[in-house]
Structure formats: C-alpha cells, structure tokens
Ligand binder design. Structure first.
Ligand code: 7TS
Length: 408
C-alpha cells in the first residue's frame, strides 16, 4: 500500500484545530512529543469504559482482562523492537526513568571507583545527568566522544576512548538536536570488543525507523511511548535477560516481590521485578495501540516519508536568508533541523512562527553541552513525523521570511 498523507493526517484529530481563529496548526515539534492518532485515544478511552481494574492482583473478570491487556501490549512492544522475549521489556515512565533505572541498579552494582563511562557530547540531559550523579557517588570517570562540526560523532576519537577500557558506553541512536543517526551497531560491536556494556538512548529512533535490538546487540535500549504516537507516562527499558536477571530491583513495593517477610523480601521474576506499584495500565494499552498503528503503516514507509520531507525542508531552507542549520553534514540523519536565523533570538523566531500557527521549539532542547560546544546558547528546531506534509514546510518557510522581514 502506498503512503497516503491525507489519510494519515485524518487519523490525528488535533491536526484539524486552529491555533487562532482562521490559523490552522502546523505541528513541527514531534521531537518533543508526537501527536496521537484517534485509534490510540480510543483504545485508552475504551479501556476505562469497559475493562478498568488493577492488574496482577484480582481474580475477577475485569482484573484478568486488564492484566491480559497490559501484558499483551508488552508482547507487541517486544515484537516491535525485535526483543527475544517480552521478559526483556520493562515498563518505566519514560526514557529518562529507563536510563536512571540502569544507573541506579546495574551501575551501582557493577561500577567501582576509577571506572570509565564513555558518553557523547550530543546526549540529551537524560543520558548525561544520571551518569554524572553516579560518577559523583562512586568516583567514576566520564569521557566523551566529541561531535564534529558537521554534526557527526568523532569515531576516531571513540577508538582512543575505548583504549581506556570503559565499563559502559552509552549514546543516543539519533540526536534530538542535530538529527544525526549514529552508527549504533558498529559502535556497540566496538564497545563489546573491549568488554563494555552498552546502553542506547532510543527516544528518537524507535519512533522514526525500524529498530532491531538483537541485530544491534545492544545491552540496554531506552525509549518513550509519547514520542511514537502513544501516551505520556509510559516508556520502556529493554535489557538483555541475563543482565536484567542479575540486577537488583529499582523501586521497592507491590508487584516487584515474590515473597515478603518483616525484614526481608524475595524479588519477583522478570519483568515484574522492576515494576513496583500500580503501573500506567491505560497507557500501556495506548502504547500497544500505537505500536499496532505504526506497524500497520510500516516503519520503513514512515522513515522514507520523513526522509522526503527532510530533503524538501533542506532545499526550501536554502532559499531563506540568514538561515544556518546546526550540524548540517552528509551523514545519515532523521527529520530534525535546528537552526539559527541571523542574530534573531530563537524565542523570538518561535513566537513569530506561533503567530503563523507554526509550532517549533526554541532553546537548548535539553542538550546544553552540545550548544555550548558550538558556542550558541539556543537554536530553533523544526521536527517532522509521519503526519508532516510539504505544506507544513511551506508555512514554516513563509513564517521564516516574515521573521527576516521584521528584523531586517
Ligand atoms: N533522549 C532523547 C534523545 C530525547 O530526545 C529525549 C526527549 C529524551 C531522551 C527524554 O525523553 P523523556 O520521554 O524521558 O522526556 N527529548 C525532548 C526534546 O527534544 N524536546 O523535548 C523533549
């Protein structure tokens, strides 16, 4: 089946709204969070209307239905990322919590004073701060793969860092600022060759192209539902079963235990060991619906569409005076363009675009060190998804010309 952009757009009720009277929404902030198709919204609504109960506790019909729906979504997600088993899919709140989980359990258990962790300069704060916290606690060393001027990683520098025999290499699969898609499989292979464990931040990859965690051979892989047409409040930590099984639990409480006595407890089996307390059940159901939705369209089809939109945006941007794209190299990239428009402050750019109905993000995009590296405090960022159409880019470009006119 071909890709019918009008049909896709029709799946997203919010795309019909006007930002101001007569000014329809152009949503170019999917990197922050994606919009939700009707089918996801309805799945959650239906769950609350018909099946709502707590899971893993009751024997009554509703509890059994809710538990089955929660677990079925896990199986769908496992298939979507090609995990060996649903036991390797841990529900968390988001990518941030997934990474913190690894830092607080695997990291605390396995890292000792002087151990090296290799990160990159293009990390989102959520793949930076948890390691800084752990490094302070345990006296670890943090080393960074540098970002080249063109927005790619300095992979030769990476070879040198691997000579330090790091215990962990953690990096983003796709940058939320530059759109750079890193050569994850090769980076994991090289990390494994020196005995390091790998963690990939997949917040921007899983929503946009097909990810196969077994093929990548990643030890840990983190992502969020809300960036892939699903609800907020739920994410995933994928981990290899052997690693997860050896890790201590994260949060303590209900559901994560097999047996509790007054002074001791026995943790539950995977994946429940890491899921303490009542989880985001309706959100899991919505997450499952989102995965079905994306799978039905096909991740390769979605990736191709975004590629086409990005190429179109790049060619249209070339006509906009004073516009400089951040990290605009020839490496593989996704649908994210961060840019400067002369000396106009990105917040002013975003505000003027908003008056044209165009939603973009301005700021450091939770990647302050990357902006510091390029000596810019902030950028304006336009990001694309399966529902982005060429007309959206045209409206953005009209808005950018208006900014230029205003500041000329
Ligand atoms: N990693 C990357 C690469 C991200 O882009 C984000 C969110 C996160 C981690 C954190 O995800 P969360 O779901 O735990 O919040 N990125 C953005 C962004 O670029 N603008 O807003 C959120």
């Amino acid at each position: 089946m071909g890709f019918d952009i009008n049909k896709i757009r029709g799946d997203f009720p919010i795309l019909n709204r006007e930002v101001k009277p007569g000014i329809p929404l152009v949503y170019l902030d999917s990197t922050a969070t994606s919009q939700k198709p009707d089918i996801v919204i309805r799945a959650m609504d239906d769950y609350y209307q018909k099946n709502n109960a707590n899971i893993h506790r009751g024997v009554h019909t509703l509890a059994e239905e809710a538990t089955a729906m929660y677990e079925k979504a896990r199986e769908k997600i496992a298939r979507f990322i090609h995990a060996r088993s649903a036991k390797e899919v841990i529900y968390t709140r988001n990518t941030t919590e997934s990474i913190n989980l690894v830092a607080f359990t695997w990291g605390r258990q396995n890292l000792r004073e002087g151990d090296v962790i290799v990160l990159t300069e293009m990390e989102h704060h959520s793949n930076l701060v948890p390691w800084q916290m752990l490094a302070t606690e345990k006296n670890l060393k943090l080393e960074f793969i540098e970002v080249n001027e063109d927005g790619s990683l300095d992979l030769e520098g990476y070879q040198n860092l691997l000579k330090l025999n790091p215990k962990l290499v953690a990096f983003t699969h796709m940058s939320n600022v530059l759109g750079t898609i890193n050569p994850a499989k090769e980076m994991v292979r090289q990390a494994h060759a020196v005995g390091a464990i790998t963690l990939i931040d997949g917040a921007q990859s899983v929503p946009h192209f097909s990810v196969d965690v077994q093929n990548l051979d990643a030890d840990f892989y983190a992502f969020s539902a809300h960036k892939m047409c699903g609800p907020t409040g739920i994410g995933v930590l994928y981990g290899k079963e052997k690693l997860l099984a050896a890790m201590p639990p994260f949060l303590g409480g209900g559901d994560m235990i097999k047996k509790v006595q007054l002074r001791t407890f026995k943790p539950n089996d995977l994946p429940h060991k890491f899921e303490a307390g009542t989880p985001a059940i309706a959100e899991a159901v919505g997450f499952g619906a989102a995965v079905d939705y994306l799978s039905d369209i096909g991740m390769d089809v979605i990736a191709r569409h975004e590629q086409e939109i990005t190429e179109y945006a790049l060619s249209e941007f070339a006509e906009v005076e004073h516009l400089k794209i951040f990290g605009n190299g020839t490496h593989e990239r996704g649908g994210v363009l961060s840019f400067e428009l002369g000396i106009v402050h990105p917040h002013d750019v975003a505000q003027i675009l908003d008056s044209h109905g165009v939603a973009v993000r301005a700021g450091h995009h939770c990647a302050m060190p990357l902006h510091e590296k390029f000596h810019i405090p902030a950028t304006t960022r336009a990001s694309f998804y399966l529902y982005t159409e060429k007309k959206d880019i045209d409206r953005l470009v009209v808005g950018l010309h208006a900014v230029n006119d205003m500041f000329a």
